[in-house]
Design a protein. Structure first.
Length: 202
């Protein structure tokens, strides 16, 4: 299995089998897919430029590390951004059990603290979540974005086509000196795409 993460690396959750079934038919069924920006309809080649998918998967993937440096700060943000994530949350497209929030030391925060209804606890309250992130300096991870965002769905589908393995897209948001996890290793291949902010990857 391969995993694409947006923002920073953190422990991934177990794949939901519903994602695979949904993604395989997503682009064919969704009227949104046909109206996507060109970079969202065919994002993989742009992300892997100047190498391109054929050279990357033939010479680098599973063999050696490669750091794609973007001179254009907006290059990767065209695919996905914090504003897009915020919109998905504000419109309650993201189930609360797909989001995890951590305090600035990396300890999990109960979902009851950002649930719209503490009794059922099935949806995210955007105001409570933003207060945690920007007042209490919490960090957040959101899994399976390919279920809810057409651009991420297109990217996952193209990775799947090249790798012949299921691919999922997760997003991570952290402020300076905060984290979603400590040092760790992942039992799958990771393609990390930083779409906003600054981070030292060396």
């Amino acid at each position: 299995m391969a995993k694409v993460v947006l923002h920073e690396t953190a422990p991934g959750a177990t794949d939901d089998p519903r994602e695979t079934l949904f993604r395989r038919g997503f682009l064919a069924r969704s009227p949104v897919a046909s109206t996507l920006r060109p970079e969202a309809r065919s994002p993989l080649a742009g992300l892997l430029a100047p190498l391109g998918p054929k050279r990357f998967f033939g010479e680098y993937f599973g063999q050696r590390f490669h750091h794609f440096r973007a001179k254009d700060r907006e290059r990767f943000a065209k695919l996905f951004s914090f504003d897009t994530l915020g919109s998905l949350i504000a419109n309650r497209h993201i189930p609360i059990d797909y989001a995890k929030v951590f305090d600035k030391r990396g300890s999990p925060i109960s979902s009851k603290r950002f649930a719209h209804d503490k009794v059922t606890g099935t949806t995210i309250d955007p105001e409570k979540l933003m207060r945690l992130l920007f007042v209490e300096r919490a960090s957040m991870s959101v899994k399976m974005l390919s279920l809810y965002d057409p651009g991420c769905a297109a990217l996952a589908a193209q990775f799947t086509e090249w790798l012949h393995h299921d691919v999922t897209v997760n997003a991570y948001f952290t402020l300076r000196d905060c984290r979603t996890s400590g040092w760790h290793w992942d039992p799958y291949d990771i393609f990390v795409l930083q779409v906003e902010g600054r981070k030292n990857w060396d």
